[in-house]
Design a protein around this ligand. Structure first.
Ligand SMILES: [Zn+2]
Ligand SMILES: [Zn+2]
Length: 327
């Protein structure tokens, strides 16, 4: 197999030939057909997340077909198309696992961060954390659903049922979740970098009723806002835009420092919460709904060997929607 391997934090990924591995007990081996590129991959590469496995193969939005099955795996078969998400393993016994909060597990493994991921021609996964994807939709179109979609979905659920929803940072996650929110009958207000009229037009095309700069006041008060951008400065702006009792959800795994702000912005029962990871139930709920909603993902393809270019383009905001690597 071949992979784009991060051998040193902060360095470029290196095209590397590796020995094929056999799946161990409870594992599957998957031939990767597509792997999305996520902001979290940038945080992994940049060394902004604690205790990564190094060397590591990044990538946690994997779509592929099972080509080998380890002992004890049930309910999956060779040739089946599966998706492998960020949550790669949980301990099953800690207090969080015991109370259906496996997203907060004390001893988890995360795909492409603490276990090898999908910037590769093949990967080994814990079979219990692979989602059967069926045959509807192309591999490339489905890949962004595995993190941008799933984390976005969890964020949307946690944002509550309010009608007016603000989305700050209109990239891979927001462009999926705007379509879900619209399908649910909500009104989406999209916030981009001030002056980024191209992304604002993209947002209006894919679900948003209004789009403007993050420094602008939306035409209506928001019931909730989700911040997908990794910019702490957006937190007080979002709090300012939500109504009394409204909720601001921070969806990113990493964010720059939040500037101090007057208590007045939080007062009147506004809530500020974060969303961490996903549970398998989130995946089952969202992936069941996705074909029904008919989510359209805007993707830019890169050959696997050009993963560094995909990461650079993501960092610079050079495409709308999501980048997807194909072997
Ligand atoms: Zn646990
Ligand atoms: Zn991700």
């Amino acid at each position: 197999m071949h992979a784009m391997v991060l051998k040193k934090l902060g360095a470029a990924l290196e095209w590397t030939e590796l020995a094929d591995r056999q799946p161990g007990p409870g594992e599957i081996r998957v031939n990767v057909a597509a792997c999305g590129v996520c902001h979290t991959d940038l945080h992994v590469v940049d060394g902004e997340l604690p205790d990564p496995k190094v060397p590591i193969i990044p990538g946690h939005e994997i779509v592929g077909r099972i080509d080998a099955i380890g002992a004890g795996v049930e309910g999956l078969h060779v040739g089946e198309r599966v998706g492998i998400p960020w949550l790669g393993h949980t301990c099953g016994v800690c207090p969080y696992c015991a109370r259906s909060q496996e997203n907060l597990c004390d001893r988890p493994l995360f795909t492409g961060y603490t276990r090898d991921g999908g910037f590769a021609t093949a990967t080994i996964a814990d079979a219990r954390f692979a989602f059967p994807l069926g045959e509807t939709g192309s591999d490339v179109a489905l890949a962004p659903l595995l993190c941008a979609g799933l984390i976005g979905w969890r964020s949307l659920v946690i944002a509550g049922e309010g009608k007016n929803l603000g989305l700050y940072g209109y990239g891979a996650a927001a462009h999926i979740i705007a379509q879900v929110a619209k399908w649910q009958g909500r009104t989406v207000f999209a916030f981009t970098r001030p002056g980024d009229v191209a992304t604002q037009a993209f947002a209006r095309r894919l679900g948003a009723t209004w789009a403007g700069g993050s420094d602008e006041t939306p035409p209506q008060r928001l019931d909730a806002a989700i911040i997908f951008a990794t910019v702490g400065d957006l937190v007080p702006l979002a709090l300012k835009a939500v109504r009394k009792g409204g909720r601001v959800v921070c969806a990113g795994i990493h964010m720059s420092d939040i500037p101090s702000f007057p208590y007045q912005l939080l007062w009147e029962e506004r809530q500020l919460v974060s969303v961490a990871n996903l549970t398998r139930q989130d995946g089952i709920d969202f992936l069941r709904l996705a074909p029904e909603i008919g989510i359209v993902t805007e993707t830019t393809r890169y050959p696997l060997i050009r993963a560094n270019q995909a990461l650079a383009d993501l960092r610079a905001g050079r495409f709308d929607g999501a980048a997807v690597l194909v072997p």
